[in-house]
Design a protein around this ligand. Structure first.
Ligand code: UT7
Length: 329
């Protein structure tokens, strides 16, 4: 769909809980080593939420920073889309909690569930609301306390994840007549996919309707890895082709941070130099829906991403779900 309105990312913020847990600390508790975790995943440490610190707390801090960065008052926000797999409660949506914490009493707030692809899904949903004229200022959040759904006895999963949150502010901006859409700042396109045949490769073995328990993450890591590299390279190729662009046009890739080997494999498949990939997995581990906005915020604040740059966001997670968004800064 072509539209004369486009959404532009005008602010970004993130938040990490204070507590840091290193690989060595995990190795003292379970049968693993710093060498194995570093070699197989690139992860060295992760942040873990404190007792009583919940997803909405992390989301609120990231949102506050994103609004401050945008120079926009919370009052202006008329849509909040929050991606999470670890909501504070089964209901209400964590987005409505953040809405209340920000003192917003109008507009709509809801959660999106696409696990590690959640932020790209939420961004796509909000972008489409903006393009349809149904929202003017949207807050898009990825927030997780993933540590709460880990089986700390399962070394195959518990070493891989961390907690955190990131957020962006979208503003509706008119696309001027005759303007080159690919050169004009804003979200150029989003591309979402899922394939439920692979539910059992990565899932939580509990839930309100099935077991009435929260459950723990279960993953067939090798299989997920294999799908990740193929699906991500495909969806990135599609996002570029949809805008008449080539991999060489990209200034930065901000990928979901699951495993350094997946980042390297995807970049290699697309012939993109590793220096153009934003990497935080070493310090944050896999923060699921929070990983893309956390990495984006880091690259914006340290000045790597500059006005005019072409930035690609991509992610893949349980479902399986995957997607990409192409953004001109
Ligand atoms: O964010 C959503 C998407 N998720 C992902 O993208 C995750 C994708 N998968 C992966 O990143 C990798 O598959 C893992 C990091 C999860 C695992 O790496 P792998 O190279 O596929 O290892 P593996 O699961 O095949 O395990 C190899 C060996 C096994 O031992 P044996 O059977 O060969 O004796 C495991 O028991 O490594 C062992 N192992 C460990 N050893 C020490 C598994 N976890 C650990 C551990 N410490 N933490």
């Amino acid at each position: 769909m072509t539209s004369s309105i486009r959404s532009r990312i005008v602010g970004c913020g993130s938040f990490l809980p204070a507590q840091v847990v290193t690989n060595e600390e995990l190795a003292a508790r379970i049968d693993t080593t710093d060498e194995w975790i570093t070699a197989r995943t690139g992860i060295r440490r992760r942040h873990i939420a404190a007792a009583g610190e919940v997803t909405s707390d992390l989301a609120f801090q990231a949102s506050r920073r994103a609004l401050e960065n945008a120079g926009i008052n919370a009052d202006a926000v008329d849509l909040i889309v929050l991606a999470t797999t670890t909501p504070d409660n089964t209901f209400p949506a964590t987005a409505t909690k953040v809405q209340a914490m920000l003192g917003i009493h109008h507009g709509a707030a809801f959660d999106v569930q696409a696990v590690c692809s959640g932020f790209v899904y939420a961004l796509s949903v909000a972008d489409n609301f903006v393009k349809a004229g149904q929202a003017r200022t949207a807050l898009v959040i990825g927030a997780e306390t993933f540590s709460r759904i880990l089986d700390w006895e399962d070394r195959g999963t518990c070493v891989l994840f961390g907690d955190g949150a990131g957020a962006v502010v979208l503003r509706a901006e008119p696309l001027a007549d005759g303007a080159d859409p690919v050169r004009t700042p804003g979200i150029l396109s989003t591309h979402l996919y899922s394939d439920g045949r692979y539910n059992d490769l990565l899932y939580v073995d509990g839930g309100p309707s099935s077991t009435q328990t929260v459950g723990h993450v279960r993953m067939q890591g090798k299989e997920v890895f294999r799908h990740a590299v193929v699906n991500l390279a495909e969806v990135v190729g599609e996002a570029l082709a949809a805008n008449g662009l080539q991999p060489a046009d990209l200034d930065w890739i901000v990928p979901h941070q699951a495993n350094k080997r997946i980042l390297d494999g995807t970049a290699r498949k697309l012939s993109i130099p590793a220096e153009r990939v934003v990497v935080t997995v070493d310090r944050h581990a896999n923060t699921s829906a929070a990983s893309v906005p956390l990495a984006l915020d880091e690259a914006l604040r340290d000045g790597r991403i500059q006005p005019g740059h072409l930035v690609l966001l991509e992610a893949m997670g349980g479902g399986l779900t995957w997607g990409a968004a192409l953004v001109r800064w």
